[in-house]
Design a protein around this ligand. Structure first.
Ligand SMILES: NC(=O)c1ccc[n+]([C@@H]2O[C@H](COP(=O)([O-])OP(=O)(O)OC[C@H]3O[C@@H](n4cnc5c(N)ncnc54)[C@H](OP(=O)(O)O)[C@@H]3O)[C@@H](O)[C@H]2O)c1
Length: 286
């Protein structure tokens, strides 16, 4: 029987997960299809209940349902519980478990692509939304030494700084508009991660970069989690500064790789999946 996999969100049209997940399944000869389903917020419970059927391996969840699915699951693992968000559901004999591979996928992408590991490093997180929260937890668990969180809305940065402090990591919150503090934080950072929507196609500031080349040290690793476009304004500034840059497509694919392994029990063909994702983005003109 062909097994069922997929992703839910609202809207979902933009998702490229079906492209690279299907490429991985086909490469390994796994008899499964990965679809995308647009599920309105009022239908989330009903949809999750349908996943208990024997033909379903599991699903990914994207915005805005990552929190909403939680009450409908039998178990949520510790990472997803702390993150307050589930991006992967696994169905085992009608029992549904919730997981979150966003943070681990972010760390895996950085390690494989740049050799970066958080232990004893200083990081600057730009933004304080859902992506920033998952990434902060990943950095804290990875042993980061200190964090600065810079956000347009200072209060949201303060909430995340408190979360880091509660987990024993020195953390400071600043406003994105505090130029001197931002410049200083960037100068001290081993890792700079953009988790704002600045630079995102069709976003509120699609040509904007949160930092200029002059603010980026050549020794830093700059990870923009924005993946559309693949080459963001921040990554261009990082290249001008001589820093190492990594785009968000890697995090996207690696979180999917970790989900793939949970559903199938097999090692995902990472190179095949990355190539499929990159080709798809290129074909969309990004
Ligand atoms: N690569 C991946 O796998 C991956 C995974 C998740 C997300 N992402 C990307 O990460 C980005 C953030 O996603 P999210 O889910 O965290 O979104 P979110 O929860 O809505 O957070 C948006 C963040 O962007 C900031 N922001 C919005 N407009 C801004 C502007 N004009 N100037 C400066 N800051 C602005 C917000 O600041 P305020 O708090 O002041 O509103 C907030 O910090 C998106 O581009 C998303 O596609 C990528």
């Amino acid at each position: 029987m062909t097994q069922r996999l997929g992703i839910i969100g609202y809207p979902i049209g933009h998702s490229i997960s079906p492209i690279f997940q299907q490429a991985g399944l086909d490469h390994l000869g796994i008899d499964a299809t990965y679809e995308k389903w647009e599920v309105t917020p009022d239908k989330v419970g009903e949809f999750v209940a349908s996943l208990r059927s024997p033909g379903t391996l599991g699903i990914n969840i994207t915005v805005p349902h990552k929190r909403a699915v939680i009450p409908f699951l039998d178990e949520v693992d510790e990472w997803a519980t702390t993150a307050g968000a589930v991006n992967t559901i696994v169905n085992r004999d009608g029992r549904l478990t919730g997981h979150n591979t966003d943070g681990p996928g972010f760390l895996r992408a950085l390690l494989v692509e740049t050799g970066y590991s958080p232990e004893g490093t200083r990081a600057l997180i730009l933004g304080a939304g859902g992506a920033a929260r998952g990434i902060l937890l990943a950095l804290v668990r990875g042993g980061v030494e200190s964090l600065v969180i810079a956000n347009r809305t200072l209060e949201r940065a303060q909430t995340l700084a408190q979360l880091a402090q509660d987990n024993g990591v020195a953390a400071e919150a600043i406003s994105l508009s505090q130029d001197d503090a931002l410049t200083q934080a960037a100068a001290n950072a081993d890792l700079i991660v953009n988790c704002t929507t600045m630079g995102m196609s069709h976003g509120p500031d699609e040509h904007g970069s949160p930092l200029s080349a002059a603010q980026i040290p050549a020794t830093a690793i700059v990870n923009d989690v924005v993946y559309n476009p693949m080459q963001t304004p921040l990554l261009r500034e990082a290249a001008t500064a001589g820093a190492t840059g990594l785009g968000g497509l890697h995090m996207l694919v690696y979180q999917g790789v970790l989900s793939f392994q949970m559903w199938t029990g097999q090692d995902a063909p990472v190179a095949v999946m990355l190539e499929a994702a990159t080709k798809e983005m290129a074909s969309r003109g990004t």
